[in-house]
Design a protein around this ligand. Structure first.
Ligand code: PMP
Ligand code: GLN
Length: 381
């Protein structure tokens, strides 16, 4: 028989993490911090577990977390949100992305995606029988090619999926680029699913600007956040969608058929986390920017051409100055097996015709681990 999912391989993040374990390599591949999130949030989850918060919570999320998501929208972006009708809690941003696409797409609809793209987007679009229109950003600057984006929109365009700050490039879309995108969505009567999991992991004094906060976009956008990224608890898988009520109703319908609910104890703890003071959120970007600089300087010292990154867990680097014979997949395997440092080949973020001389490194690790990775790579090249 013919199975659609035969065409989709195991995710590169799992492949490279397994290879890192096999070779005892430092894992700068899959993006997860190597220290836990705040103690008070973890203790709040433990308390909730012991307090009998262990049965099905409400479908769209526990009231405390929906209220906290609405309050965070107001505090950080001035977006007014009704917690009862405009927030849906999901099991991670991964589920949120799938739920939003399920909610908004009919078979035959067109979706505009921006390459390089996170690896769940395209498989889900295909599983839903929709058609992807790909628009490519080019290294080293990853500037939005406006004419190509405009050309990708047409009468069948239902939505654009936008990831900012962006994985793997670290690009933060500028206010001007977002304004251009908003104009296209308006003109084509289209929606946007905004993957904003790295909203607080943003560097150099930049602040995150949700597309949803632009004029006319409040009713067109579903905005996705992730407690995994915001609280360094990636295994918890708590995501949250903010959307106008007519879309949130549909997204909840998708969620009801995917997981139905999300662990209530973890939701309560994340609600407490979202109430932390501004210093907590500012420190996230400040600390990661320092790590970006530490690893970036180390890689440059070895000869990599390191690209700019303004947000996310990641930096990308051109390894061609090192003289390695082979593509990025071969390079990432090689350094995992022979230098003891794992990274992700950037070609994994393209369905076809990918650039092949860039590797993505996660910077969200302890300084000593980043230093050891630099030492290992330096000794090898
Ligand atoms: N979107 C992007 C761009 C990501 O990088 C990730 C996490 N790697 C996710 C979504 C998934 O987030 P979560 O772990 O909350 O499912
Ligand atoms: N989002 C993380 C990354 O880009 C990994 C998530 C996953 O393994 N699915 O590395």
């Amino acid at each position: 028989p013919n199975f659609l999912l035969d065409q989709i391989g195991t995710t590169i993040f799992t492949v490279m993490s397994a290879l890192a374990v096999q070779h005892g390599a430092i894992n700068l591949g899959q993006g997860f911090p190597d220290t836990d999130g705040p103690d008070d949030i973890i203790m709040a989850a433990a308390d909730a577990l012991k307090d009998g918060r262990n049965q099905y919570p409400p479908l769209t999320g526990v009231p405390e977390l929906r209220a906290a998501v609405a309050a965070a929208n107001r505090r950080f972006y001035g977006i007014e949100v009704d917690p009862a009708s405009e927030v849906v809690v999901t099991s991670g941003a991964t589920e949120a992305i799938t739920a939003c696409l399920m909610a908004l797409l009919n078979p035959g609809d067109e979706v505009v995606l921006i390459e390089p793209l996170y690896d769940t987007y395209l498989p889900v679009v295909r599983m839903l029988g929709a058609t992807a229109r790909l628009v490519r950003l080019e290294p080293p600057d990853w500037v939005l090619p406006r004419a190509a984006l405009e050309a990708a929109f047409g009468p069948k365009t239902k939505l654009l999926l936008l990831n900012s700050p962006m994985n793997p490039t670290g690009k933060v879309f500028s206010a001007d680029e977002l304004g251009f995108i908003a104009g296209l969505l308006h003109r084509h009567d289209a929606y946007a699913v905004c993957d904003e999991v790295y909203e607080h992991l943003i560097f150099d004094g930049l602040s995150h600007l949700p597309l949803m906060s632009l004029p006319g976009m409040r009713e067109r956008c579903a905005r996705i956040g992730s407690a995994g990224k915001t609280f360094s608890l990636t295994g918890w898988k708590i995501g949250y969608v903010t959307a106008p009520a007519h879309l949130a109703t549909l997204i909840a319908r998708a969620h009801q058929n995917l997981t139905f609910t999300t662990p209530p104890n973890l939701q309560r703890a994340v609600a407490i986390g979202l109430g932390k003071d501004d210093d907590y959120f500012l420190a996230l970007g400040r600390d990661l920017a320092r790590k970006r600089d530490l690893l970036g300087a180390g890689l440059r010292g070895i000869g990599f051409d390191v690209l700019a990154s303004s947000g996310s867990y990641f930096i990308t680097a051109d390894f061609s100055p090192l003289g390695f014979e082979g593509d990025d997949v071969a390079f990432c395997r090689h350094i995992t097996e022979h230098a003891g440092v794992a990274a992700i080949p950037v070609s994994a973020f393209y369905p076809a015709d990918a650039p092949t001389r860039y590797a993505r490194f996660a910077v969200c690790k302890r300084d000593s681990v980043l230093q050891e990775a630099i030492a290992r790579l330096g000794a090898h090249f």
